[in-house]
Unconditional design. Structure first.
Length: 489
């Protein structure tokens, strides 16, 4: 596509200096630039992309989009906001792919990955070829790709949607993080259904206050197509049991579908029963009701299933298809995943890394633990410091033995992170030990465990690495736990 043709899709005020080359690719990272690319200079949190324009041109960039004049040997497009220009031009360059996809966006503090996976499983049961974007990676049909972020930058997103369209995908579900909403990574995504799971404390390092965090997530609902088109209706799916939903209701013009357990809602779970091998409940909807038996555990997973069911009803799937898919739902990697090496106690690896999710996970474990509950838990470095003492409190309150350890210390001193955790608890609160080395901590808990105990290893779930300083070291809680059990025997 010619640069001028592409720029004709960019509304507003901008200045173009130089020629009209063919643009064959869009890039925002100079290291990925190939000949014929249009390079976007983005001001980041760490460096300023404008400083890499020269390098991009040296690698063959055909033109550069920037917010200030640069001495580069290539046509230059000056815009007031290159991130916004990138979202608009990526959407145009790839042919507005989300206009041709049925797209569901899921936001909330906890449950996004789980809910999007359940939605994906329902859509596949209904015979759709699907796409999925989130923390665990990107999936297009049967193929998986790694992803650096839960919600990628607009350019990567639009490119991914285009690939989905090219491969015959018609239905996609994605996680929408608060960071992505705040940074405009999802500008241009034409969602059909926007889903809210819940809001509890996380990411205050980034958003500063809970109000700012709530507002960032609210952008998903505020940006949901503000027009009524009966050929492509939009829906906001809200958790009625979470008071923040009342706020989001006012942020959107879209019809609302509510779900809940405690508050009268459109989609509800009744007669909830925890069984030794999972849960059962009656899924009640405006289209009738159906009994669902599932191997997923934890009341929070009933919420995730209700959110997914409501989103899929809004998407036109029948109650029968939804209920049948829910019965067959497979757990997500690293979410309440059991490690079974034939030991006479239970080991669970889970991704809980917030006070609320840790409390939910521990309460769920309590429901079936015959004896003591051990929890191995750390807090991520370069992330919300204020959640550390709260997570420690939850751990000692709900477990018999808490083992405080490391979880991706990143650039921080692991000992300081542990001190932040310990500040939340006193010796009277319960038993805890501090073992900074995560492998040692897991081994300790597994060595202590007796018949009937449960060891919950929380925080890293599916992650197969540990970030220490600038190094990414291979580390998998499940593999470490398996080895620790073998060591006992
Ligand atoms: C705080 C934050 O959001 N950071 C994101 C941001 O990085 P950054 O601002 O530091 O980027 P930068 O390194 O300063 O680079 C600025 C620009 O220069 C370019 N550059 C840089 C170096 C170079 O040699 N050449 C070059 O062109 C970069 O490509 C970029 O365009 O832009 C990057 C590219 O899109 C993101 O990968 C990165 O996410 C980092 C990895 C991150 O940890 N983000 C977390 C906080 C996050 O976003 N998490 C949410 C999930 C949260 C949840 O679900 O709980 C997520 O959606 O992932
Ligand atoms: N609806 C829920 N409410 C509270 N806790 C939940 C819920 N669903 C899952 N959890 C807990 O939170 C953990 C993370 O779940 P999941 O990965 O689905 O959330 P997420 O929102 O995608 O997280 P992230 O922000 O890291 O992407 C799970 O391992 C479980 O312990
Ligand atoms: N999406 C979350 C993941 C946290 C996972 C945990 N293992 C950690 O490193 O803190 C975040 O970026 O805050
Ligand atoms: Mg996730």
């Amino acid at each position: 596509m010619k640069l001028q043709t592409l720029l004709s899709r960019l509304p507003g005020f901008w200045v173009h200096r130089g020629g009209n080359p063919d643009i064959v690719a869009l890039e925002m990272d100079s290291r990925h630039v190939t000949p014929g690319s249009l390079f976007f200079c983005l001001k980041g949190f760490t460096v300023d992309g404008h400083d890499f324009a020269e390098q991009a041109v040296a690698r063959g960039a055909a033109a550069v989009v920037a917010e200030r004049p640069l001495a580069v040997d290539a046509p230059l497009v000056l815009v007031p906001d290159s991130r916004r220009a990138m979202a608009i031009l990526a959407d145009a360059f790839y042919g507005h792919p989300t206009h041709r996809l049925h797209l569901i966006g899921v936001t909330g503090t906890n449950g996004k990955t789980t809910t999007t996976h359940i939605i994906d499983q329902i859509a596949r049961k209904a015979g759709k070829k699907t796409g999925l974007i989130g923390t665990v990676g990107i999936k297009i049909g049967a193929r998986s790709y790694p992803a650096a972020n839960t919600t990628p930058e607009s350019l990567v997103l639009q490119r991914t949607f285009k690939q989905m369209i090219d491969e015959g995908v018609e239905f996609a579900a994605m996680e929408v993080s608060s960071h992505a909403l705040h940074q405009g990574r999802v500008h241009g995504c034409d969602y059909d259904v926007a889903v809210f799971t819940n809001l509890t404390q996380d990411h205050l390092d980034y958003h500063g206050t809970m109000d700012e965090y709530r507002n960032a997530k609210g952008l998903l609902f505020a940006q949901l197509g503000n027009r009524y088109d009966e050929r492509r209706p939009k829906f906001a799916v809200l958790n009625h049991d979470d008071p923040v939903s009342q706020y989001y209701k006012h942020m959107t013009a879209a019809p609302i579908i509510t779900y809940g357990i405690r508050t009268k809602s459109d989609v509800m779970a009744e007669e909830i029963a925890m069984t030794p091998s999972g849960m059962a409940f009656r899924l009640c909807t405006p289209h009738g009701s159906a009994v669902v038996e599932t191997k997923l555990v934890g009341l929070f997973n009933v919420y995730n299933m209700l959110a997914a069911a409501a989103a899929c009803l809004a998407s036109g799937f029948s109650l029968e298809t939804i209920a049948a898919a829910l019965r067959d739902v497979e757990p997500v990697s690293g979410r309440f995943e059991t490690v079974d090496e034939g030991q006479n106690f239970t080991i669970i690896v889970d991704y809980a890394h917030t006070p609320d999710s840790l409390e939910n996970a521990l309460k769920t474990v309590r429901q079936f633990a015959k004896r003591n509950v051990y929890v191995v838990i750390g807090c991520g470095g370069d992330r919300d410091r204020t959640k550390r003492p709260l997570m420690a409190q939850v751990a000692v309150r709900h477990a018999d033995v808490a083992v405080f350890t490391s979880d991706n210390p990143r650039s921080e001193d692991p000992q300081q992170i542990l001190r932040d955790m310990e500040a939340g608890v006193s010796d009277q609160d319960g038993r805890y030990v501090t073992i900074p080395d995560r492998e040692e901590a897991i081994r300790y808990a597994i060595r202590q465990a007796q018949e009937g105990d449960v060891v919950l290893i929380a925080g890293k779930g599916h992650e197969t690495y540990q970030i220490i300083g600038g190094n990414v070291i291979e580390f998998d809680d499940r593999a470490v736990a398996r080895a620790a059990v073998r060591e006992r025997t």
